[in-house]
Write a protein of this length. Structure first.
Length: 410
């Protein structure tokens, strides 16, 4: 049984006050500096809070090495798929208002998803395909758990990438003047990659739910999240498109070249994706990947989850809703050793055996190297942010997990 904290607001405090060893936390300093000195990362921002007390928040290296901009703890990162948990909370807020049920067909709210069909045969030469009827409709729960059969544009399976590209769909890092409504209505008419509910397929599911929020609330996803989540939680540095006055805090994205030397992201790094998308005055609000944020802002969001849905005097979700989001929602399906709830991966007992991250922890990460977890049993909120893709030394994220738990003294 998970034990969630009550009422904690993030404040700074001594590590020892929360049973952390300052000496052991310094191992994180040494590890990150080693990776910077080795040329494997340019910079990083690490954050640890326990019982709402920030015991570690340090920035390392450079936010922009070429411009000699040091990394700071208020640096803004492209959090990419960490957007998914935020949008999922938005969905659950509307669920709590009785706007829909989780097992409602999504076509009830987005008609283009009616009468879904599943990919059968695919011709690689001309990207034509045949389909068979889906056995049932796609539900809101299917989308929240990535079991709908919706794949990912640009980064998914080769077959679906080709089908989505032909339709002009994007993964969510959008610089053009596109609208979420247009993209999702197109997506609804395209085939699923498998029967609903039969597999876990990471895809554009939460982008669909971002549009559901717009349809049900009558507000843009940007406005809904700002009014209902970011303002109440004090997430003042979280945006789909970063305002000009804050763009100087946006961390540069790096990518290893053929010699594994880090260079700035350029037009050839990932064709069709510009790393400058947060700097445009865009109109596409990707609920699955579009946000940029800071470690402190995202920590407030996670602390709200650990507080049973309440933070800073604002009730965002009910305790039972947080429990619903935190339990296994995919049955016998698996993510390696772990399960998936509604918006979060859920660490299992078998998953805990890998690194020691506690059973019941909620976690995920982002395309550009950011990662997080919230541990209800140990009352921990932990984040480690870099900006790099590909990230060949991504084991650093796992090492950070190990060092966090090995610094606990109780």
């Amino acid at each position: 049984m998970r034990t969630f904290s009550q009422g904690h607001i993030l404040i700074s405090g001594a590590p020892e006050s929360q049973k952390f060893s300052s000496e052991r936390l310094r191992r994180i300093d040494n590890l990150v500096k080693q990776y910077i000195d080795s040329g494997w990362i340019k910079g990083a921002d690490a954050f640890i809070a326990r019982n709402g007390v920030i015991v570690y928040n340090k920035a390392f290296g450079a936010a922009d090495a070429e411009q000699h901009v040091p990394m700071k703890t208020d640096a803004i990162f492209r959090i990419a798929s960490q957007t998914k948990a935020i949008t999922s909370v938005g969905v659950m807020m509307l669920f709590e208002e009785g706007k829909f049920l989780l097992d409602d067909p999504i076509s009830k709210y987005i008609p283009s998803f009616a009468y879904p069909r599943v990919l059968d045969k695919f011709n690689e030469k001309d990207t034509t395909y045949t389909t068979v009827p889906a056995k049932r409709e796609v539900t809101i729960r299917d989308l929240l758990t990535h079991t709908a059969g919706v794949d990912y544009a640009q980064i998914g399976s080769d077959k679906m990438k080709a089908i989505y590209a032909k339709a002009g769909l994007r993964a969510g890092f959008v610089s053009d003047k596109l609208l979420l409504a247009d993209a999702i209505n197109k997506l609804g008419a395209l085939p699923l990659v498998h029967q609903p509910g039969e597999r876990f397929t990471y895809g554009l599911n939460i982008d669909v739910l971002g549009y559901l929020i717009e349809k049900v609330s009558g507000k843009s996803l940007d406005r809904f999240l700002r009014e209902r989540l970011f303002v109440p939680l004090g997430m003042n540095d979280t945006y789909f498109y970063v305002p000009g006055t804050k763009q100087g805090r946006l961390v540069q994205v790096y990518s290893p070249d053929k010699r594994n030397h880090l260079e700035k992201w350029n037009a050839g790094t990932f064709p069709g994706v510009s790393a400058d998308y947060p700097k445009v005055n865009g109109t596409y609000y990707s609920g699955g990947a579009g946000l940029s944020s800071t470690t402190k802002d995202y920590a407030a969001f996670l602390q709200m989850i650990l507080n049973n849905g309440e933070y800073n005097g604002h009730r965002i979700l009910a305790r039972h809703t947080v429990e619903l989001m935190s339990m296994n929602q995919i049955g016998d399906l698996n993510l390696d050793r772990d399960k998936f709830g509604l918006g979060f991966m859920v660490t299992t007992r078998l998953g805990q055996a890998r690194l020691g991250q506690t059973e019941g922890s909620l976690s995920w990460g982002g395309f550009f190297g950011t990662t997080y977890w919230a541990d209800p049993k140990e009352h921990l909120v932990c984040l480690f942010f870099v900006q790099e893709w590909p990230f060949p030394h991504g084991e650093l994220n796992d090492k950070f997990r190990v060092l966090v738990y090995s610094a606990l003294n109780d």
